[in-house]
Design a protein around this ligand. Structure first.
Ligand SMILES: Cc1ncc(C[n+]2csc(CCOP(=O)(O)OP(=O)(O)O)c2C)c(N)n1
Ligand SMILES: CC(=O)[C@@H](O)[C@H](O)COP(=O)(O)O
Ligand SMILES: [Mg+2]
Length: 631
């Protein structure tokens, strides 16, 4: 165990160290982050980049009295290590272990739960103003990345914060990266600020009595060229009502600590909201991550001495890769197709599409609402937008989905990745709700492919509709079904019978078809691959209802309001009354962990499905496990 780090059980211990001890502590901390992430997997580059900032913040601010609000929260491993969770880092993102994101129920130092981006300024402003109303002198500090800063919500918060006088500090952690290289005009603007750093240093840092000029950054040198001739009259953030300080080197404790002390002093003297621009490097201190921060954004386990290695035999293609290939193939066939991602190019499998069709690829930044309405505008003019978006992030664009897309019945495809449980990221990222939140919207259809082949086929079907269609598929690989090369679709709104049995009919929506088939084998039950949660295949449903005593619906989505609920509603409307068991995600948030184990825990593996059916329909099933005479 490292010498200094082992003495830090809480930030109070850190604050007892001398200034000279902070540099070696930061080095030990960085090594601890690298070693533990290499064993568990997790977000690496962002955490390596926030080591010094974390040390400085806990050193200068009186945490947990002062509130640190980390945006996204994927950069909080150093914070976790310094706030009493050092010895639990080996459990990170595993079942029963600590979360990869801040959690209020995990630590009093985690002041605000996050994982979706761009909430920190709003939350910190709320905390700062609550403190003011209660007559408390605590500070609230939002730490937000340059990627997260691109979201509308961050600007809504700045707009509000600039006219309020709480003890609010916003720190922009600018590493010139989102998950992928950053995009958009704000990024260009930040580059200009960086290149004009001497101007900023003289105007602002000097004003706050910082001793010594900040060192010249490598990055700034690169950007200087780009912004030659630019004059920065007053920063955007000053226009918003903040006192702008920076940019300063976020790895230089000798700059960070006095600057933070000065800013805290300004807050205590009623100077109003403060904005500190800190420049860091994603992957700092680990050469491989510095060279490729994208690959090391969220790696699996690896040997730090070797780095990430490609598996000897290529693994089964993931659903994401199947989508990426379909997108390229369909784009080649249809010149009207355009692909849109809100800052998730790699995660959504769009790297190849970007390379092959740069003019038809749009990374709009972390801006899900805008992504949806921007796509709606494209659709109005006859383009065929494909919005590739994680199920959990489409939640951000819900009003846009209803008001801008569905109400106008615009044809477009939502490629909904990460539908169902995602594993290590946990409840914040689970795609648990999309069937429920989409199926109540008129004009919207929802396809639930059961394997890789159907994913491609149903994407094609969706692309040819004249209304919005979501195709939902999970994280990772499926059963390994051979994916056809053709772009032929499957019939719209139609499912199929996959197994003929009797007594019990299982209606499977999506990839849980496969454990459902295994359970049906043991039960002698029938299985329908429903393929569409909306519209339901009513012919198939009627046939299944009439030829069986009971129905079981299975889906990797919330039971409440999900596909099973759709089946119940349809049966009622048809005047068909029969017992229905709905299997899906329960009405609770499912924590992080291995996805297969999580599914088993909620009874959605083959054994769980079989056992739930046996339990509920013991009267239909014979004692031996066979079935009583079918109705
Ligand atoms: C609403 C939302 N959209 C997308 C994401 C996925 N995401 C997580 S981190 C990240 C990049 C954030 O960039 P930045 O804030 O600059 O932090 P960095 O990764 O550079 O440390 C993205 C797009 C998210 N967490 N939340
Ligand atoms: C923090 C965040 O939102 C992303 O980094 C997310 O963890 C990526 O998830 P995937 O690994 O499923 O792409
Ligand atoms: Mg960044």
């Amino acid at each position: 165990m490292s010498k200094l780090l082992s003495t830090i059980e809480s930030p109070a211990d850190l604050r007892r160290l001398s200034r000279a001890q902070l540099r070696p502590l930061a080095d030990e901390l960085r090594d601890h982050v690298l070693q533990s992430v290499s064993k568990t997997g997790g977000h690496l580059s962002s955490n390596l980049g926030t080591v010094e900032l974390t040390v400085a913040l806990h050193y200068v601010f009186n945490t947990p009295e002062d509130r640190l609000v980390w945006d996204v929260g994927h950069q909080t491993y150093p914070h976790k290590i310094l706030t009493g969770r050092r010895d639990r880092m080996h459990t990170l993102r595993q079942l029963g272990g600590i979360s990869g994101f801040p959690r209020r129920d995990e630590s009093e130092y985690d002041t605000f739960g996050t994982a979706h981006s761009s909430t920190s300024i709003s939350a910190a402003l709320g905390m700062a103003l609550a403190a003011k109303m209660k007559g408390e002198s605590r500070h609230a500090v939002a730490i937000i990345g340059d990627g997260a800063m691109t979201a509308g919500m961050a600007f809504e918060a700045l707009n509000n914060a600039g006219v309020e006088h709480g003890r609010l500090l916003v720190i922009l952690n600018d590493n010139d990266m989102s998950i992928s290289p950053p995009v958009g005009a704000l990024n260009r603007y930040l580059a200009q600020l960086m290149s004009g750093q001497f101007y900023a240093a003289a105007k602002n840092v000097g004003k706050t009595v910082l001793k010594g000029a900040p060192p010249l950054f490598e990055l700034a040198k690169r950007l200087e060229e780009h912004a030659k001739g630019m004059v920065v009259p007053a920063t955007l953030f000053e226009k918003f009502g903040f006192n702008y300080v920076g940019p300063i080197d976020g790895h230089d404790l000798e700059s960070l600590i006095p600057t933070l002390e000065n800013v805290r002093h300004l807050l205590d003297n009623g100077a109003g909201p403060q904005f500190l621009h800190v420049v860091t490097k994603k992957g700092q201190g680990y050469k491989l991550a510095e060279a490729d921060p994208v690959a090391y954004h969220g790696p699996g386990k690896f040997d730090p001495a070797v780095g990430l290695v490609k598996p000897a035999t290529p693994p089964k293609p993931t659903f994401t890769q199947v989508f990426g290939q379909w997108l390229c193939d369909m784009a080649a066939a249809d010149p009207k197709l355009v692909g849109i991602t809100p800052a998730m190019r790699e995660g959504s499998g769009m790297v190849e599409f970007h390379q092959k069709f740069p003019g038809r690829y749009f990374d709009v930044g972390i801006a899900e609402q805008h992504a949806v309405t921007f796509a709606a505008g494209l659709a109005c003019e006859g383009m065929k937008p494909v919005v590739a978006i994680y199920s959990t992030f489409l939640q951000r664009g819900y009003d846009q989905l209803i008001h801008d897309v569905a109400l106008q019945n615009l044809p477009m495809v939502f490629a909904l990745d990460r539908a169902g449980l995602v594993g290590a990221d946990g409840a914040t990222h689970a795609g648990a709700y999309d069937i429920a939140y989409l199926r109540c919207i008129p004009n919207m259809s929802i396809a639930c492919p059961s394997d890789e082949a159907e994913t491609r086929q149903l994407l094609s079907t969706a692309h040819h509709q004249n209304h919005p269609v979501a195709v939902r598929y999970p994280r990772g690989a499926g059963v390994g079904a051979a994916v056809p090369a053709s772009l032929d679709g499957l019939p719209f709104g139609k499912g199929e019978v996959r197994r003929r049995g009797h007594g019990v009919a299982i209606l499977a929506f999506g990839t849980l078809l496969h454990p459902a088939l295994a359970a049906a084998e043991a039960l002698g039950a029938s299985v329908a691959n429903m393929r569409w949660a909306k519209p339901l295949d009513m012919d198939l449903l009627r046939e299944m209802a009439r030829s069986h005593q009971v129905l079981v619906t299975v889906e990797e989505g919330c039971v409440m309001g999900g596909a099973g609920s759709a089946v119940l509603e349809a049966l009622q409307a048809e005047g068909l009354s029969m017992p229905v068991l709905q299997l899906g995600l329960p009405d609770e948030f499912i924590e992080h962990g291995d996805p297969a184990r999580l599914l088993a825990n909620v009874g959605l593996d083959a054994a769980g499905i079989e056992s739930s059916i046996r339990q509920r329909f013991a009267d239909v099933l014979g004692g031996s496990g066979g079935l009583k005479a079918a109705a």
